[in-house]
Design a protein around this ligand. Structure first.
Ligand SMILES: NC(=O)c1ccc[n+]([C@@H]2O[C@H](COP(=O)([O-])OP(=O)(O)OC[C@H]3O[C@@H](n4cnc5c(N)ncnc54)[C@H](OP(=O)(O)O)[C@@H]3O)[C@@H](O)[C@H]2O)c1
Length: 288
């Protein structure tokens, strides 16, 4: 696919990981359309120069309007914390977008997934829903690209509570932390070649650190202390305080206690260019 006069729809373009993709596609010369539940919010966040279709992924008419005439669609949705909502966003929305895209002859559907999404590792409502969503995407017949990304550096500040950063669970696996900007460049590049079609591409940053090591690097820049907490403790706190997000986080972090990275980033790096932002560089730029 060449860029001239190509339009890419981004679904989830106001999100933490969808916004940089929308911005990079625009910077690279694509026309970018957003499907947004709140167009004013989208306009405020992203600025001028985006075509915005108002709508929810649950609404078939809005989805059809947003998908009409586009060359590709990038999905960056997030479900949860209930099992029903994971199914709605990670499975059913992906299925509906893929089927509508196929019907409307959209050239490709790209989706942000995670390295630990597979039948074997589907031990949480989120990972089970993502597995089903990917299966629906593949069986829809539309050309696809699945990005199997590692942990994003952008998630680190989300663990800060006051003067500490919570290290939840016994996170022993080395992870190739990736900067959203590098990932966004890779997604945009994936739209500029047909070699990427029907592939699952592993998006891994340049260095591997366990979550504890990564948090220490970020904490030193942000001026906070790493505070370890078990997944059981977080689950109990979530139950006692009726905090569904904390309970969901305990489940997520248990999942990552179990599963380290596998898969190789070589193909993604060859086709899309190697990501090069280091965690120290990123942390220096993103002190909280
Ligand atoms: N964190 C990581 O390290 C990591 C690694 C790999 C993969 N991922 C995956 O990346 C995905 C995106 O994460 P994120 O942090 O960017 O999520 P996020 O910031 O919560 O963004 C979610 C986006 O989805 C949109 N959205 C939600 N419900 C919608 C609906 N019904 N109709 C239309 N749009 C809707 C939101 O729009 P509004 O502005 O309207 O809310 C927002 O733009 C998740 O599936 C996550 O599992 C994350």
């Amino acid at each position: 696919m060449t860029i001239t006069n190509k339009t890419i729809l981004v679904i989830g373009g106001t999100g933490m990981l969808g916004k940089p993709v929308a911005q990079q596609l625009k910077a690279d010369g694509f026309n970018v359309r957003l499907l947004a539940r709140n167009p004013e919010k989208a306009q405020k966040l992203l600025g001028a120069g985006y075509e915005i279709v108002k709508g929810d992924v649950d609404n078939a008419a809005a989805l059809k309007e947003a998908l009409t005439g586009v060359d590709g669609v990038h999905i960056s949705l997030k479900g949860g914390p209930t099992e029903a909502d994971f199914d709605r966003m990670d499975h059913l929305a992906t299925r509906d977008i893929a089927n509508a895209a196929k019907e409307l002859n959209v050239g490709r559907v790209t989706i942000l997934s995670a390295y630990a999404v597979s039948e074997e590792k589907a031990d949480t409502p989120e990972s089970r829903s993502k597995v089903k969503g990917e299966a629906a995407l593949k069986s829809s017949g539309v050309p696809y690209i699945i990005f199997r990304a590692s942990w994003f550096m952008e998630t680190l500040p989300l663990f800060i509570q006051g003067k500490s950063i919570s290290l939840i669970g016994n996170q022993i696996h080395p992870l190739h932390w990736i900067a959203a900007e590098d990932y966004a460049r890779m997604v945009s590049k994936s739209y500029q070649t047909d070699e990427t079609l029907n592939k699952e591409l592993y998006i891994f940053g340049p260095e591997a650190y366990t979550m504890g090591e990564a948090m220490k690097i970020y904490a030193d820049h942000a001026g906070v202390k790493v505070a370890p907490m078990s997944t059981q403790m977080l689950a109990v706190l979530g139950t006692l305080t009726f905090n569904a997000e904390w309970k969901g986080m305990a489940v997520l972090m248990k999942h990552y206690e179990n599963w380290g990275e596998d898969g190789s980033p070589d193909e993604a790096n060859r086709l899309l260019g190697k990501p090069n932002t280091t965690l120290r560089e990123w942390s220096a730029k993103h002190r909280k």
